[in-house]
Design a protein around this ligand. Structure first.
Ligand code: AKB
Length: 315
């Protein structure tokens, strides 16, 4: 019998693709999708769906008990750009949801928990190139502060109570299936939509703002892989560094221009520039490679090709 899995935040950028991938592996009925928003469509109808507030511990506990859920992927979060506008809401959502799930795991109601962290745990004092797994973490953003606190809680619950929680520090994620929501790296998705629709893009970061990024297929593979390995292989209980490809707005513009001749990128940095400036340019993920055999597949060229191919059909 397949294990029962709950995805919280299943309609978000990562949650949507993660739910589909998990359903392909474990079967539609074994993967319960949940989100605060409910929309009657093909996605919610492809398997069980429950409307859940990620901060409502009692409701989550009921779903877990009623369905004998073993694993939870907690994907609900407020991202960096939005969190700067709503600091206390971001703190409440990002912290309360994690804290509740760690407690539920401690009580023995689930056996394994996935929680996403981010490159946002790093800050201006962190070495920017090839940022190590263990280094200075002094985030200067609301989102980064919440992710760093979350990482400390994950490690604490793992060490003190034996909670099997696993986590990845996601870089900026690039996908064509679902729109991103309120991140600093979102320009690298918006640019494709604008390039295909209008032939130009007004970028909110400057041309040289190199950031760590990853194609969604790689991110989903990493998420499912880290949850599949035996517990003894997980040596990092706060969160693993994960690297895909690093590029700047100027570099992605030049790759797009090769495929959409005449494409023009303009630069008008806004408040998100300061966030980008505080983050690493590239990540050392050798610990993830060593512990659970991680390796990324998509480089910039393939990522751009996939995005244009898939979005061209949708425009
Ligand atoms: C964001 O830009 O806020 C996210 C992230 C890097 O965690 N994509």
């Amino acid at each position: 019998m397949s294990k029962s899995i709950l995805v919280i935040g299943a309609r978000g950028q990562i949650g949507t693709e993660l739910t589909s991938a998990l359903r392909d592996i474990h079967g539609n009925d074994s993967v319960i999708a949940s989100d605060i928003v409910t929309i009657d469509d093909a996605f919610t109808n492809s398997g069980p769906f429950v409307q859940l507030d990620a901060m409502d511990k009692m409701a989550i506990q009921d779903v877990i008990k009623d369905n004998e859920v073993e694993e939870v992927y907690l994907m609900a979060a407020m991202l960096s750009a939005t969190a700067e506008k709503y600091p206390s809401k971001a703190w409440d959502l990002n912290m309360t949801s994690l804290f509740n799930l760690l407690e539920i795991a401690k009580e023995g109601l689930i056996t394994r928990l996935f929680w996403p962290s981010s490159i946002a745990v790093f800050g201006p004092t962190t070495p920017r190139q090839n940022t190590p797994q263990h280094t200075i973490t002094e985030p200067s953003t609301v989102y980064g502060i919440s992710k760093l606190a979350g990482e400390r809680w994950c490690e604490y619950y793992s060490k003190q109570f034996g909670v099997d929680v696993r986590s990845i520090r996601y870089p900026g994620l690039i996908s064509y299936k679902t729109a991103p929501g309120g991140g600093t790296t979102d320009y690298a998705i918006d640019v494709f939509h604008q390039a295909l629709n209008n032939g130009n893009y007004d970028c909110f970061l400057g041309p040289q703002s190199t950031l760590p990024m990853m194609y969604m297929d790689d991110a989903i593979r990493a998420t499912i892989s880290i949850m599949d390995v035996p517990s003894e292989q997980i040596s990092i209980r706060n969160s693993y560094n994960l690297a895909g490809v690093s590029f700047s707005p100027a570099e992605i513009a030049s790759e797009i221009e090769k495929r959409i001749p005449g494409f023009q990128m303009d630069y008008n940095p806004d408040f998100r520039q300061a966030i980008a400036d505080s983050w690493p340019a590239s990540i050392d993920d050798s610990q993830a490679r060593k512990d659970w055999n991680w390796s990324h597949r998509f480089e910039l060229k393939e990522l751009v090709e996939e995005m244009i191919k898939n979005l061209s059909g949708q425009q």
